[in-house]
Design a protein around this ligand. Structure first.
Ligand SMILES: [Zn+2]
Ligand SMILES: [Zn+2]
Length: 245
């Protein structure tokens, strides 16, 4: 299993960067997780054709996670009308805000399916499940596992015990670190880098990959803050880099 970072900034990118988007590849399966602005172009650098995608998962409907889904729907929908796209890709996303959920569809581009905590997807030997996080809109962490490996993506969230529980013994936790402790207010709907480290320690995660960086931060500072709480394998994600599970 391999994870490629298409974009790792939020809630807007730095110059030349892209927002949240990740390509997860397992045995005979390619899953796009989040589709923030700038990620569709990069996704196409990694695929021969968009038809290679088997599944799309959007963790939540904030713009930095779905902007390019608004044009991916054109790419798929229009090519379908032209008879140039033959696959029907399931797109899983939270059903709220409802208006945003409905907007994801265009000319039957996708099979739109709502995410909830009871949803379990079995595909190509993988089990995919979801856990609701603490964020201003309905947001779900995503776990993808087989008999050997477990991958978890935090989505966006405040610190919550659900994420610790859901990440237990993950081989790789891709975790947002949207703020530094010094910038965190009680209203901040994101994890600090320190909290990402704490969650990884509490969940006994084998590898912690940080993402969702605020443009303008010195990323070394983000890394060092997480390091104060986690002494396992710790990685600052880099755009267009791939990480093995
Ligand atoms: Zn975000
Ligand atoms: Zn968000």
């Amino acid at each position: 299993m391999q994870l490629t970072i298409l974009g790792n900034w939020g809630p807007y990118p730095n110059a030349g960067g892209a927002c949240s988007g990740y390509l997860f590849e397992g045995e005979g399966i390619k899953i796009l997780i989040d589709c923030g602005n700038g990620t569709l172009s990069r996704l196409q650098q990694r695929l021969t054709t968009l038809e290679e995608l088997d599944l799309i998962i959007l963790s939540h409907l904030h713009s930095d996670h779905i902007s390019d889904a608004m044009i991916l729907r054109y790419a798929v929908g229009i090519n379908k009308m032209k008879g140039l796209f033959h696959k029907t890709i399931p797109l899983y996303a939270p059903a709220t805000p409802e208006e945003d959920f409905q907007k994801l569809q265009y000319e039957n581009a996708f099979v739109l399916q709502p995410i909830d905590e009871n949803l379990v997807i079995y595909e190509k030997g993988l089990k995919i499940c979801f856990r609701k996080m603490d964020h201003p809109v309905e947001a779900y962490a995503v776990a993808i596992e087989n008999d050997e490996k477990k991958f978890v993506f935090s989505a966006d969230t405040r610190y919550c015990s659900q994420l610790v529980d859901f990440s237990k013994n993950a081989d790789l936790l891709l975790c947002e670190a949207g703020v530094l402790e010094r910038d965190k207010a009680t209203t901040t709907p994101h994890l600090s880098a320190l909290e990402a480290g704490q969650i990884a320690t509490q969940a006994q995660v084998k590898k912690l990959v940080l993402t969702h960086f605020w443009p303008g931060y010195h990323l070394q500072e983000v890394l060092e803050e997480a390091r104060n709480a986690y002494d396992g394998e710790l990685i600052l994600s880099e755009e267009m880099q791939s990480y093995e599970l």
